[in-house]
Design a protein around this ligand. Structure first.
Ligand SMILES: Nc1ncnc2c1ncn2[C@@H]1O[C@H](COP(=O)(O)OP(=O)(O)OP(=O)(O)O)[C@@H](O)[C@H]1O
Ligand SMILES: [Mg+2]
Length: 368
């Protein structure tokens, strides 16, 4: 996709471009570059649509092509398709208005395109970012990822698909805000009321888990205060009672002794009425929990939160990657019954409040 450039190499933002366009001195230069941009976009647009549709259709309809790497490439083809089907036509229209002399219409239209792009990916945008990486990166993927069994490159490809579609989905949904808050279907509380009580507990045990920085402590702590449940922070408990099994040189931290933690908490958990906060969940006995919440935070927000905490280097990237790869969510889904595991977005104070209200209502319902 084109960026407007004059004699300088830096892209010109729309407002600057509009001023420049209105400036007679530059009108010839801008007229020529805009015309070139229209022609370039008009010629490339049908190919971009066609080739990416072919990639998607081929992977969708040919079972022998349905390798994970091809599926990932088809996902990237989906974002390129958006470039050809939405962004390029919008730009072409804007530029035609510019050439026809309606600079104001051009500026308005370009502002919409620009806002859309900014919405699509913080720190750049999906369209330009993807456009820039299109040729060298895609070549790299096809040659190296598909011809070799290089896990790092493969993971990188997967990571990129997640980032692109995660940001795209999240921001597109912000264009169509839900009128009413979606009602969470946490039905097991009603269906299994007898079995809830049969566990011998009169109050439920709740697990709040998620990648470090997603907000487990603020959520679980506040929840305990509002509901009167006991708040258990497994990290703090381990420190207090020295529930460790050695020292991890690589990460520079104590290794949790999971058996000791389970022994320590067993009686209290059997009584019920606890909110447990920990960034892992597979070592807890399944019978302990009546509901499991996995907090989720978008990559950029999480990155900023962890950076503010002073994380950097591998520690920072590994934690963000853990969120990108949904490690904790997969762990929870693999360790507990599917119907008791719930994903909760925890990006903003509003989301925090909504989560708290909904969990509180669930606890009241459970306890009767
Ligand atoms: N929904 C939210 N909206 C805005 N800020 C949030 C939200 N959730 C958490 N935060 C902020 O993010 C930071 C990290 O939160 P918190 O300490 O609760 O994370 P955590 O999941 O407990 O991390 P760790 O696993 O390292 O203990 C805090 O500064 C907190 O105020
Ligand atoms: Mg915490």
């Amino acid at each position: 996709m084109s960026n407007f450039t004059s004699n300088s190499t830096a892209p010109i933002r729309p407002i600057a471009y509009c001023r420049r366009f209105q400036d007679e001195e530059h009108s010839m230069v801008n007229y020529a570059s805009t015309l070139a941009s229209i022609i370039l976009n008009m010629v490339s647009c049908p190919f971009i649509i066609l080739l990416n549709v072919l990639v998607i259709v081929a992977v969708k309809t040919r079972p022998r092509l349905q390798l994970m790497s091809n599926i990932l490439l088809a996902c990237l083809a989906g974002t390129d398709l958006l470039v050809g089907a939405v962004a390029q036509p919008a730009l072409i229209t804007a530029e035609i208005f510019a050439i026809a002399g309606s600079v104001n219409t051009y500026c308005k239209l370009h502002k919409v395109v620009d806002e859309l792009e900014d919405q699509m990916c913080e720190g750049g945008n999906v369209v330009d970012y993807h456009g820039c990486e299109f040729i060298p990166e895609r070549w790299f993927d096809i040659v190296f990822v598909l011809r070799t069994n290089n896990t790092t490159l493969y993971e990188r490809l997967e990571q990129r698909v997640r980032i692109l579609w995660d940001d795209l989905g999240r921001h597109l949904s912000s264009f169509f805000p839900a009128k009413t808050k979606p009602k969470k279907d946490w039905a097991p509380v009603n269906r299994n009321r007898e079995s809830n009580m049969a566990s011998g507990r009169t109050r439920p045990n709740v697990l709040v888990t998620g990648t470090p920085g997603t907000g487990k402590t603020v959520t679980a702590n506040e929840l305990a205060q509002r509901t009167g449940l006991n708040y258990i922070n497994v990290g703090d408990l381990a420190k207090e009672k020295d529930l460790y099994d050695g020292w991890d040189e690589q990460y520079g931290c104590h290794v949790l002794d999971e058996d000791k933690v389970v022994d320590e908490l067993e009686d209290q958990m059997c009584e019920g009425g606890n909110v447990v906060d920990y960034h892992g969940c597979e070592f807890f006995p399944e019978r302990w929990f009546d509901i499991v919440f996995v907090l989720r935070t978008n990559n950029t927000t999480l990155y900023e939160r962890l950076e503010q905490r002073g994380y950097s280097g591998t520690k920072l990237t590994e934690n963000v990657e853990c969120e990108i790869f949904q490690t904790i969510l997969e762990e929870a889904r693999g360790s507990y019954k599917k119907e008791i595991v719930h994903e909760l977005q925890s990006n903003t104070p509003d989301e925090l409040e909504t989560n708290l209200e909904q969990i509180e209502a669930w606890i009241q319902q459970w306890s009767g």
